[in-house]
Design a protein around this ligand. Sequence first.
Ligand code: ASP
Length: 333
Amino acid sequence: MHEQGNRRKHVVVIGTGGTIASSGADAIDFHNYSVSSTVEQILTAVPEAGQIARLSSTQPANVDSFMIDNSVLLAVARAAKDAVQDDAVDGIVITHGTDTLEETAYFLHLVLPTNKPVVVVGAMRPATAMSADGPLNLFNAILAATNSSSVQKGVLVVVNGHIYSARDVMKRDTSSIDAIDGGKYGILGEISGENVNFVHAPVKPHTSNSEFSLFGLDELPHVDVLFDHQSAGPHLYEAALAAGAKGIVVAGTGNGSLSAGARQGAAYAHDAGIPFIRASRTGQGIVASLKSDSEHGIISANSLTPQKARVLAMLAIAHGEGVVGLQDVFDNY
Ligand code: ASP
């Protein structure tokens, strides 16, 4: 059973858009849909959620998540911070598109000053589709947000009955119902009916134990991710630096190995005093530091994917970390 006791927990549901708030032309339209519903409207589709929590909602955005930029990300984060800092609020749920859910979830994981449950949720099928997954995902997310075992677990992602840590979660398939996955780090727990069962807890610092916050953060620095491959040229690195990038993350091959072009890009970044972070296009595993990193002050992303390395790099750079301190940040978070 869900939390005993007469007082239903107060959960704020923060809507940002995504497939969970989308509708298509008919029940077999799985791809050509658009965002159509507000967070209040998707909540009306799950009346049972009102039986397990006292719900209120806000809507800082209503877009596909592949359209979220740094300004929208900050607006969502500020709405989440305001909600968790309200003493009357017990937990929050953020409804979000799945395409970039992992980036928003990890950003919130690093900046929200709270131990309260924070749960991000999305759906692979629009509300109008046959076997839509949004309603149950949303119910499960609200259930998790009311559960005391979700406290001090950092930002969680609840999809398909699984509970993931924001640090590990990634979208690993274009359209499969189980596209959201934890990779080699797996799940923290799972939801079965009204039972929220955790079997693991995050180890790396997050939320109230993170050194990062939104304080004084009016904007985020521009950090680019570049994809390495055979015969890659240095021109994209030159272009990123010319466009004002304050950091570059390369999705290197294997252990974050660099092509000749990418290594030239690292030299350009080093000469410009811009942090250059080596991640891996494989999507998982620790990118081991190499002796050759010292030549251009290259930083290892440790076990963060390129897209999450960019999130951490933006925050660390915004908080004044230079090339030297960044390796400690990546080894710690
Ligand atoms: N197809 C994506 C989703 O599942 C669209 C988005 O990320 O907004 O939500």
